[in-house]
Design a protein around this ligand. Structure first.
Ligand code: PLP
Length: 361
């Protein structure tokens, strides 16, 4: 048996997620330029879509972002600690009953989504700034038009709504929501208005109003089928932890769902579904060695995944060699599509086990 036939193992080597904060900032600047003269906020809920709000939010604040959105009160409290007193922080879900004092203590601006929430806020602090969300056709959060007219006295500084179908510019729901929003915002003539998230920004200037609220596009999810300025921000790499040769007919992985069609060289990588690598990429996804795609064979395991490495010389694929699961050759959208999901879910499921590295601009 020559060296080329031997099975080799490297016991060490965690997967590594690299987040390019310079690219996040560049994406925010490009979106701000596209939306101007509207202001461009940043949505950093769910730990900045899994990338790390503790690094992403201060980088955006340093670049000049003054307005942030998160979903939950606890996210807002943590963000206020991180950013200090300057930026405005909106809580998309508004206060749960009894949480109003936390909003005042941390200068969080509630997004009021129903009459009950609005009445509770008015009873607590009618003079403090508040946002109201109106439902213009998504039926998720926000006041139905009939409830919007009957609110108590509030200091409303922002009225917002959310688009259901902005990922399809041809969908007539976009224009219908735009018309409904134009009518409803008249209820608060002194408030600023906000309708567009990432995809809405690319529907055209009439969707921009005073403030746009991108999340996804900051993180490299491409919000249009047309030309765009969005840069990839993530690189997810995992090291080879073992290489082997198998004969024709060998069964690969749990359930032996893949069989080697001929003598095959395999590499096992140190990343699995516990790290957020979707199990649905089993027998479908790939890992990249530079520009070369090595197909994932067999089922993805909790801590490891096997690729067919027959196409590359063993010498360049020793234990320890890093391969890209997400990176220059396979962006978030492409990997998500192969996995049967969307970039949003892929990002927010990135695990907490691998090492993280942040590149400054
Ligand atoms: C999450 C969210 C956003 C950001 O949406 P993206 O598609 O990620 O840009 C904006 N507004 C509301 C109300 C949201 O829930």
């Amino acid at each position: 048996m020559g060296a080329l036939q031997r099975t080799e193992t490297a016991g060490t080597g965690a997967a590594m997620l690299t987040v390019d904060l310079g690219a996040v900032v560049a994406n925010w600047r490009a979106l701000a330029a596209r939306a101007a003269p509207a202001e461009c906020a940043a949505v950093v809920k769910a730990d900045a879509y899994g990338l790390g709000a503790a690094e992403v939010a201060p980088a955006l604040a340093r670049a000049g972002c003054r307005t942030f959105f998160v979903a939950l009160t606890g996210e807002g409290v943590a963000l206020r600690r991180l950013l200090g007193g300057g930026p405005e922080i909106f809580i998309l879900h508004g206060p749960a009953p009894g949480e109003e004092p936390m909003f005042a203590a941390h200068a969080l601006v509630p997004v009021l989504n129903c009459a009950a929430q609005a009445h509770a806020w008015a009873a607590y602090a009618a003079e403090l700034p508040a946002a109201v969300q109106v439902d213009t056709g998504m039926a998720r959060l926000g006041l139905p038009p009939a409830e919007a007219a009957g609110l108590p006295h509030l200091h409303v500084t922002l009225v917002l709504s959310h688009l259901a179908c902005a990922d399809d510019p041809a969908d007539p729901a976009n224009a219908a929501q735009l018309a409904a929003f134009r009518a409803l915002r008249q209820l608060w003539p002194d408030a600023r208005a906000s309708l567009a998230a990432s995809f809405g920004i690319f529907l055209g200037p009439e969707y921009h109003f005073d403030l746009v609220r991108p999340g996804a596009a900051l993180y490299g999810i491409v919000p249009t089928a047309g030309p765009h300025p969005i840069r990839g921000v993530l690189r997810l790499r995992a090291p080879v932890i073992q290489t082997r040769r198998v004969p024709a007919g060998a069964g690969i992985g749990y359930g032996q769902t893949w069989r080697a069609p001929g003598p095959t060289r395999l590499a096992t990588l140190g990343i699995g579904y516990a790290d957020g690598l979707p199990r649905s990429l089993s027998n479908r996804g790939g890992a990249w060695l530079g520009e070369r795609r090595l197909p994932i064979v067999g089922r993805i395991s909790m801590d490891s995944v096997i690729v067919d490495a027959s196409a590359v010389p063993q010498a360049v694929l020793a234990p320890g060699t890093p391969l890209d699961l997400i990176g220059p050759m396979a962006g978030v959208d492409a990997v998500a599509e192969a996995a049967g999901t969307v970039g949003y879910e892929l990002l927010t499921r990135l695990g907490g086990r691998f090492a993280r590295r942040y590149l400054d601009g």
